[in-house]
Design a protein around this ligand. Structure first.
Ligand code: PLP
Length: 457
């Protein structure tokens, strides 16, 4: 197996940093200008996590491409970390968004789009009742609150190395001895997370049964496959067994489809025939206009209605003034009806397959101890030989030197990946040629790392 020479890697990284500085003078000066008034110098703290000394400032974005303020153009496989999965500014959605904006954005009253959107989500995901929020974080937060309320149980359970948004109870992980600890960087937790949360590895059914036997968990909050630590797929039979253990222990099952929507128009829930009690989704639903939703079974809906006093529903801890607003619903209607359609998913998944094949060819032909994994139109490569089976294994496949190098090398050649790991997402506008461009630049990065070719282009 081929190994990477770390000294060469560090030299190449220096060269790429210099190249980045040379090609982004205007981004640099905009970054400097914001430093005296923006926390961390950026409008949202994650934006410091891009490779290079500062983020690239965007001038405009359309379809699967954007142009930065220095005139560089990019093929965008990050797509706003899924917020832009519908492609940037898709005309069918933009027209409807503009039309609705000119007729009123928010009134805290429903508009005609509400029934269509909830009906369409029911068709796609198989859950009959829906409510809206502005972010997937809030969808998870509210669904968890309802779950605790109707079960009378205090805790939740999550997979090790999960991410479900900025939800206090989910910032938990396992230590080496299997104990529950706060995730590194958990900011200002109200209580140690071990008091609210149990954690098991994905694919660990024995662990799940053991933890749920305490019968203090209201709801398991799970992605169908982990997507925030690389992609970790479930083993055959996993979800049937999870359902059975949840039923046996009286635990609700929440499936978070925010990223796994990549599996198809009804996410992994439809593609794999999952049977959740609650389902959350957000990010891309409104083509980037803040929009998210949570759905539930008939039974969960009935239990909520029976357990809630409608006179205090506005102060009970679910909902929000802007949630379900007219603009958000119009954006979801247009996006689901015209952009993220069943046909579009077919094409996106095909392009995802081409991206995956390209990466695999490079890995195999160079005998690298790496692998690539795909979930519909989402593809990820990890620096370990086989697909990870657990969050901990996937975590061990991250490489603090290689990750930023590959990102920066690609970025310097007009290919943008998701910043925190090597993830690529296809939109309806992403083409096979875009996938091939990634393969070409990825191959060139690898060959330079192996000392088999040289020079920027
Ligand atoms: C699976 C999953 N759920 C929920 C969220 C939260 O989304 P948002 O930050 O838009 O609230 C994320 C964000 O990355 C996510 O990956």
């Amino acid at each position: 197996m081929t190994t990477i020479d770390r000294e060469r890697l560090s030299g190449l990284m220096e060269r790429e940093r210099a190249l980045f500085r040379e090609r982004h003078p205007r981004s640099r000066s905009l970054f400097e200008a914001g430093r005296s008034s923006l926390l961390w110098g950026v409008p949202m703290n994650w934006m410091v996590r891009w490779p290079g000394d500062h983020p690239v400032y965007v001038a405009e974005a359309e379809g699967a491409r954007f142009t930065d303020v220095d005139g560089n153009t990019f093929v965008d496989f990050c797509l706003g970390d899924t917020g832009g999965m519908a492609g940037h500014a898709p005309p069918a959605a933009v027209d409807e968004i503009a039309r609705q904006a000119s007729r009123g954005i928010t009134t805290m009253l429903p508009t005609e789009d509400a029934a269509w959107v909830s009906g369409e989500l029911a068709r796609r995901f198989g859950l009959p009742y829906w409510s809206f929020t502005l972010t997937a974080t809030d969808a998870n937060r509210f669904a968890i609150r309802w779950a605790r309320h109707i079960t009378g149980r205090p805790k939740i359970l999550v997979h090790n190395h999960c991410y479900h948004g900025t939800v206090d109870e989910t910032f938990a992980e396992l230590d080496d001895a299997g104990g529950v600890i706060d995730q590194p960087g958990n900011t200002g937790p109200p209580v140690p997370v071990v008091t609210t949360t149990r954690v098991v590895e994905i694919n660990d059914l024995e662990g799940l049964a053991r933890e749920l036997e305490h019968e203090d968990v209201a709801v398991c909050v799970f992605e169908p496959a982990l997507t925030n630590i690389g992609i970790v797929l479930p083993e055959p039979g996993y979800w049937e067994a999870v359902r059975e253990i949840c039923d046996r222990t009286g635990t609700l099952l929440l499936i978070d489809e925010t990223h796994t929507l990549s599996a198809g128009p009804g996410g992994a829930t439809r593609a794999w025939g999952l049977a959740p009690d609650l389902l959350t989704i957000g990010k891309t639903l409104g083509a980037g206009i803040p929009s998210a939703a949570y759905g539930m079974t008939e039974d969960v809906q009935r239990r909520i209605v029976e357990a809630v006093d409608p006179d205090v529903i506005d102060v009970g801890g679910t909902g929000g003034t802007l949630a379900g607003n007219a603009l958000s619903l119009a954006a979801m209607h247009a996006t689901l009806q015209h952009v993220l359609t069943d046909d579009a998913f077919e094409r996106m998944i095909e392009v995802g397959g081409r991206f995956e094949d390209g990466v695999r060819d490079v890995i195999v032909s160079r005998e690298l101890p790496w692998h690539v994994v795909r979930l519909g139109c989402r593809v990820e490569y990890l620096f370990r030989p086989e697909a990870a089976r657990t969050g901990a294994e996937a975590d061990a496949g991250q490489d603090a030197e290689l990750d930023p190098f590959i990102h920066l090398y690609l970025l310097n050649r007009g290919v943008l990946m998701t910043p925190f790991h090597n993830m690529a997402l296809m939109s309806p506008s992403t083409t096979g040629q875009d996938a091939d461009r990634h393969t070409e630049v990825f191959a060139s990065a690898v060959d330079e790392l192996l000392g088999e070719s040289g020079g920027p282009s």
